[in-house]
Structures are given as C-alpha cells and as structure tokens.
Design a protein around this ligand. Structure first.
Ligand code: MG
Ligand code: FE
Length: 163
C-alpha cells in the first residue's frame, strides 16, 4: 500500500515539474509582449516567484529524504516548450496567452490544495505551511490575470495585431 508520505513525494515531484513548465511558458509569452508593459512586468514578477517556488518544492522533497524526478521534469519541460511554441504567430496570442495563463494559475492552485492536504495527512505541518505560502502567490497571480483581462482585451482591440 502506498503511504500518504509516498504520495506526497510523488505529487511534490509533479509540482516541481509543473513549476519548471510554468517558468518556460511565462518566459516565452513575456518575450513576445512588448506592446503590453503591465502584463509583461507582471509575468516577469511571477517568473521570479516561480523560480522561488521550484526551489521551495525541491527543499520540501529534500526534507522528506527525496529529490526531484529528472524523468518527470524532463517530460514537463518538453511539453512546456511544445505548448509555448504552438502559440507562436497567432495574432491574438496576448489574449489567448492571458486566458491560458489564468487557467494554468488555477491549475496550480488546485494542485497545491491537494499537496497541502497530503502534507497534513502525512504529518508534515512545516511542509504544509510552505505550500500554503506558494498557493497564496498562485491565487494572487490568477486574480491579477482575471482582473486585468478586460483592459488587456480593450488594448488588443484598439491596437490590433501589433505586438
Ligand atoms: Mg507556480
Ligand atoms: Fe504560478
């Protein structure tokens, strides 16, 4: 039988891969948003947070006597690159990118919610607290994207296909 601790380790490895993917996706999107300074700046800020999240998740794994999975991280990095590339040359990519980014942040929120419950079940309150702090950053980013979508769409509709 798989113990809560083993599931926690497995899901933390997934979360590490998710953060590596998140960084690549945001980095790629940001590099093509010269006309949208506020979104670009926000992505830049969250890229820095994301690097910190990946490091914190790695530390959680070390505290459990485990490490990141090169297999999982490698695959996620590959799919992240493929997804980032697939959005290229789409004229409304700023809108599509913002929608996708919002959905991705909500995906992260749900995953950290699972991890927090797993950490509590495994008797790891310190790890749960770290994961709660990360979840607050994801919620803040998801909220910012949602709140700024209308202005972003207005700017896109006014300035057309410039980027
Ligand atoms: Mg994240
Ligand atoms: Fe995030």
């Amino acid at each position: 039988m798989t113990t809560p601790r083993e599931h926690l380790i497995d899901w933390l490895q997934d979360a590490y891969a998710m953060e590596v993917q998140a960084e690549k996706l945001m980095d790629n999107l940001r590099s093509r948003l010269n006309q949208y300074p506020s979104l670009s700046a926000k992505l830049d800020q969250h890229i820095q947070e994301t690097k910190g999240q990946a490091e914190q998740v790695k530390q959680c794994l070390h505290q459990l006597g485990a490490d990141t999975s090169s297999l999982k991280t490698g695959f996620a990095a590959f799919t992240g690159t493929a997804q980032a590339l697939s959005g290229m040359f789409v004229t409304d990519e700023v809108v599509k990118g913002a929608v996708f980014s919002h959905a991705f942040e909500q995906f992260e929120v749900a995953n950290y919610t699972v991890l927090i419950a797993a950490a509590q079940a495994a008797g790891e309150p310190a790890i749960a607290a770290t994961l709660e702090a990360i979840r607050r950053e994801e919620e803040a980013m998801a909220g910012w994207l949602r709140d700024n979508l209308p202005a972003l769409v207005q700017q896109f509709l006014l300035t057309g296909e410039k980027r």
